[in-house]
Design a binder for this molecule. Structure first.
Ligand SMILES: CC(C)(COP(=O)(O)OP(=O)(O)OC[C@H]1O[C@@H](n2cnc3c(N)ncnc32)[C@H](O)[C@@H]1OP(=O)(O)O)[C@@H](O)C(=O)NCCC(=O)NCCS
Length: 370
């Protein structure tokens, strides 16, 4: 038995949800370039869950369900107010999603029907949790979700208390489409491992959130913004990046396990970053990002991934950097839950082996002789 570090190249599941072939990412066979340009996030979530694009009636019904489920239980809201205001936002989300199970009498029902409803509920409630905590930590009252608006619109409204402009809603909605699913990424794998023991969907999503939190996965978008802030100006990009390269340090937002010739999602976020810069009349973040890309790709041959331009996009939308990874979770909830449903449709516990590299034939030494 020989281990493959990081399970690179190991095919660990069959799935009909999303695919990556020749650098093309598709959800249910539809190229994400097409979805990013034309589909809403709600349509995309429907596609991931049900395997096909919704009709007008089906989409309207889903939007109604998302509206109906968006409020969070009062005791959970009270709990959010007790958390330290400087708590890590992903830790807050992970704790809150785990706590949601306590207020759902069907939490442990793992039938497809029940899990499908819970997926929609979680999709509706996660944005409310994040926006509520964002306000609470600033000493503001959380806001009740609006009825009959998109998830992107509702999230921006619940965070700021203001009606968001259409450009901001469109940009966030497109970012949500692009992050919705990504084959067997680390957090999705976590969700599948957890549910495969016949645990419950809340446990699967809680595990996935904990996995997404790491800077090698979803946490990279926040780390990119930290880097942009440290760099501070266009003039400082070159010395900063060249120094990192010389010290063989990782540059966040670059590289990918699967894409070696570029992440197909990055170009959409790059375009969005450029457009938002022009619209705001301040393209500094975009220009700094573009220069970083030029240097890192030129010197290391590494291309930006989905997280790289997300950082400047979200900042230009007025979103604090520690909400970037929670926003990734809003989107990826659709993929995680689709994978949970798929795993349970044809389940077998996921239990690989380890290559043992420790000592052998050791004797037990009684404690008083050690
Ligand atoms: C995404 C990532 C975790 C993939 O990891 P992986 O498949 O295990 O690839 P490795 O870390 O083994 O990288 C292979 C080589 O490229 C280098 N490399 C990869 N990403 C790099 C980066 N962002 N900056 C600098 N060097 C990088 C590694 O140092 C390694 O070089 P070596 O062979 O000389 O040791 C990795 O590219 C990374 O850490 N990127 C930064 C974090 C990030 O943006 N994550 C979001 C992913 S969507």
């Amino acid at each position: 038995m020989t281990a493959t570090k990081g399970l690179e190249g190991i095919v660990a599941a069959t799935s009909s949800i999303s695919s990556i072939h020749d650098g093309v990412l598709a959800y249910r066979g539809i190229n994400i370039d097409d979805l990013a340009e034309r589909a809403s996030f709600e349509e995309t979530a429907y596609l991931l869950w049900y395997g096909k694009l919704p009709t007008q009636t089906q989409l309207a019904f889903l939007q109604q369900q998302l509206s109906d489920f968006a409020a969070i239980p009062e005791p959970l809201l009270a709990q959010l107010k007790l958390f330290p205001s400087d708590a890590n936002t992903m830790a807050v989300l992970r704790t809150a999603v785990s706590a949601l199970a306590l207020y759902d009498e069907n939490a442990n029902d793992i039938s497809r029907e029940s899990n499908q409803i819970k997926a929609i509920k979680l999709q509706a409630q996660i944005p409310t949790i994040i926006a509520a905590f964002a306000r609470i930590r600033e000493g503001k009252e959380p806001l009740a979700p609006l009825k009959n608006v998109s998830i992107a619109h509702n999230f921006l409204y619940m965070m700021t208390g203001e009606e968001p402009d259409v450009v901001a809603v469109k940009a966030l909605d497109q970012a949500l489409v692009l992050h919705a699913d990504h084959e067997l990424n680390a957090s999705t794998f976590s969700a599948r491992v957890t549910i495969a023991t016949l645990s419950d969907i809340y446990s699967g999503i809680t595990a996935a959130i904990g996995t997404l939190k790491g800077p090698l996965h979803g946490g990279a978008n926040e780390a990119v913004m930290k880097m942009l802030s440290e760099i501070g100006s266009l003039d400082n990009v070159e010395p900063y990046i060249l120094n990192k390269i010389a010290n063989r340090e990782k540059i966040m937002g670059f590289g990918h396990r699967v894409y070696k010739n570029g992440d197909p999602r990055a170009k959409h976020l790059q375009k969005m970053s450029r457009q938002l810069g022009l619209l705001k009349g301040d393209s500094t973040l975009f220009e700094m990002s573009a220069r970083i890309e030029e240097l890192v790709t030129g010197q290391k041959g590494l291309r930006p991934n989905v997280d790289f331009y997300s950082a400047s996009v979200y900042t230009m939308l007025g979103i604090p950097s520690d909400l970037f990874t929670p926003i990734f979770a809003i989107s990826r909830l659709s993929g995680w839950s689709a994978h949970i449903l798929e795993q349970l449709d044809d389940n077998r516990i996921i239990r690989p082996r380890a290559e043992y590299t420790g000592l052998i034939n050791q004797k037990y030494i009684p404690i008083d002789l050690r």
